[in-house]
Unconditional design. Structure first.
Length: 242
């Protein structure tokens, strides 16, 4: 059965679905939405921990991973809990994907940092003799090295995120402009669009691949709402043009 208010899945799904009724546009979003979520988690990894919470250190695939309970973590937690409230089954899968993005983005951040650190260590080692000839102390050398390392890691992460975000957002805008021929949902309700996008594409994939429904009659009910909203939008568009 349907739910009401904030966790009304039919309402949220119909809102987002009214802007994504073209099959090619839906496919484009299936490809690009979760990478946007992942790269956003990647850049938020570098926000400071909140409330003095301790960090967690793990070892994955031979790399040390440090998990911070920061803004990125709490945003992922909010997304995950909201999806579970919308639909316990598919929401649990979405929550696992959110958690995966959080951990994997931390791993990638650490990997990029390790790769850059390795290069700088070689540069640092080659430059030690020359620096010592100038009379600098080891402490100042170490400080300069750390500053170079931190700045380099930040630039590399920002470059990765920037390229991924540009590609993914460009693809989605092309989907709306060329195939959907309707502006994205975020122009009408930014928060709802951002929150629902990952769950929408997951539900679409589950429905297309396995015929999944959160409950019997869900897709028929939602499709009726989507058709009604699209019809209303077209009528408003005709009135504006007339």
């Amino acid at each position: 059965m349907g739910k009401y208010g904030l966790i009304d899945l039919e309402k949220h799904f119909a809102f987002y679905g009214a802007y994504h009724s073209n099959s090619i546009n839906i496919l484009i979003h299936m490809i690009f939405v979760w990478p946007i979520f992942f790269t956003a988690s990647l850049i938020l990894y570098f926000t400071p921990p909140l409330f003095g919470l301790p960090q967690v250190q793990l070892s994955l695939f031979g790399y040390g991973v440090v998990l911070f309970f920061n803004v990125g973590f709490f945003l992922v937690l909010i997304y995950a809990l909201f999806y579970i409230c919308l639909d316990p089954k598919a929401g649990s899968l979405a929550a696992l994907l959110c958690a995966f993005c959080w951990v994997a983005s931390s791993l990638v951040a650490g990997w990029l940092g390790f790769s850059l650190a390795w290069k700088i260590r070689h540069l640092f080692g080659n430059c030690v003799l020359a620096v010592n000839l100038t009379g600098e102390q080891p402490e100042s050398i170490h400080f300069s090295y750390c500053a170079m390392l931190g700045a380099g890691i930040k630039r590399r992460i920002e470059s990765v995120v920037l390229v991924a975000q540009i590609v993914c957002w460009t693809g989605q805008f092309i989907g709306h402009g060329v195939f959907e021929k309707r502006a994205p949902a975020l122009l009408d309700n930014l928060i709802q669009a951002f929150i629902m996008a990952p769950f929408f594409v997951l539900l679409e994939a589950l429905q297309t691949s396995f015929g999944y429904e959160p409950y019997p009659g869900f897709h028929a009910s939602v499709q009726a709402r989507i058709d009604a909203e699209i019809k209303e939008w077209r009528e408003k568009k005709l009135k504006l043009l007339s």
